[in-house]
Design a protein around this ligand. Sequence first.
Ligand SMILES: [Zn+2]
Length: 479
Amino acid sequence: MDDLKFIKDDTAKRFAEIADMNQKVWSYAEADYAEFKSAELEAKILEDNGFKVERGIADMPTAFMARYGSGHPVIGITAEYDALPGLSNEKGVAEHKPIPGQTHGHGCGHCALGAGAVGAALMLKDWLDEAKVPGTIELYGTPAEENGFGKSFMAKAGCFDGLDCCINRHPNSINSMHATKAVGYYVVRFTFKGVSAHAAAAPEMGRSALDAVELMNVGANYLREHLVDKARMHYAYLDAGGEAPNVVQSHASVLYYLRAPKLSYCDYMLARMKDMARGAALMTGTQETVEVLGGLCDVIPNATLAQVCSDAFVEIGGPDFDENDYAIARTFLDILPEEEKAKVIKAGAKENGVSEEEFAKHPLNTKVEPFSEKDMDYIMTGSTDLGDVSYKCPMVMMSAATCIPGTSMHSWQHTAMVGTSIGDKGAACAARAMAYAATRIYRDPAIAEKAKEELFKVTEGKFVSPIPDGMKPGTGINS
Ligand SMILES: [Zn+2]
């Protein structure tokens, strides 16, 4: 059996289904924990194709798991489907034009992410039926990636425990492996309680909670100098006490994100910040409360898995864009400022090995950038809930193009592009790349074993969830 040919042919057969999922989830545009229609659409398609589906897992109504096959390797795929507030836009329209009555939009392209993931699972089901080798697919429908730690709650609840590895993808403007590290983080609220008083007539009676927050922030700002590289602390006032300067503010709170290359280092930062809060409380005669409202593990990339997936992706190729897709893409290229446009064309021509004139006519990346082990040294200073998955099993993330180069994720431009046939093709490309990579692991289970050994060297099998015990999904402050 020719696996490459099988997956290519199956992509053609499944294309309409994948495109339809992208289009529907794009139009539902549901955000954190309210992705009811999106999750149900994908769960139902899997169920109709013979997958055994468990809905509402890990205490989240819009989380699900769909399983097919039996025996090892057990390969996981995660699907996301949450949209972002404020990013609604008409599809294919190269101007900022929100859809009347709709605030949310798929600016991060999770409509194509989920469609590609489910598409890959469907193709693997077709392939397992034909290849008759042992192997299981577990597709996880994961809510609230953007603002709610969906996969972290799932990891804490024991999802992903039985996986031999997990293959994922994210929309982007490039076709590549995304095998970098990413920082872990905690979301922490510091609240101070003091005593109110007339700030002019009886200041000696007052104990200012606002003073406490300010003094704690001063301490934090000095602490920054003594943290490891890529550690980040940023804060926002949640409550500055009130609006009247002639009142000593008796309550105040501030929200901090504590980020670092390892979650264990975030624990250290948290301990230092608790001391800062205690110190500020002592200085001001107030009382402090510290609450961890959520968090994410850092991402551990896996060279073994990334190499196998990269080889498969390079062999099966990037998206099959056509003239219609390029015509849409050109309208978005044209709205870039001249300098930016020139940069995009120059970089795109180099990336795809074509002339600048040619790339200006066809401004979408189709070439697949192979994985390089050097990528793994890079630490992204943003975070993702795939970090928790990466502690549980070898994890890899691929990117497939759903927009022109120079498009930032979380933009109305991406919403507009991913809702067109460009997004459909990007989703189908990701689906076949993930599926083809998985067939190699099913054929050679030693790959997953080697990947697990590589992971064990980093974690020694330990996983500590950053989610506080007893915390329910959707109750923390957004990430
Ligand atoms: Zn995203």
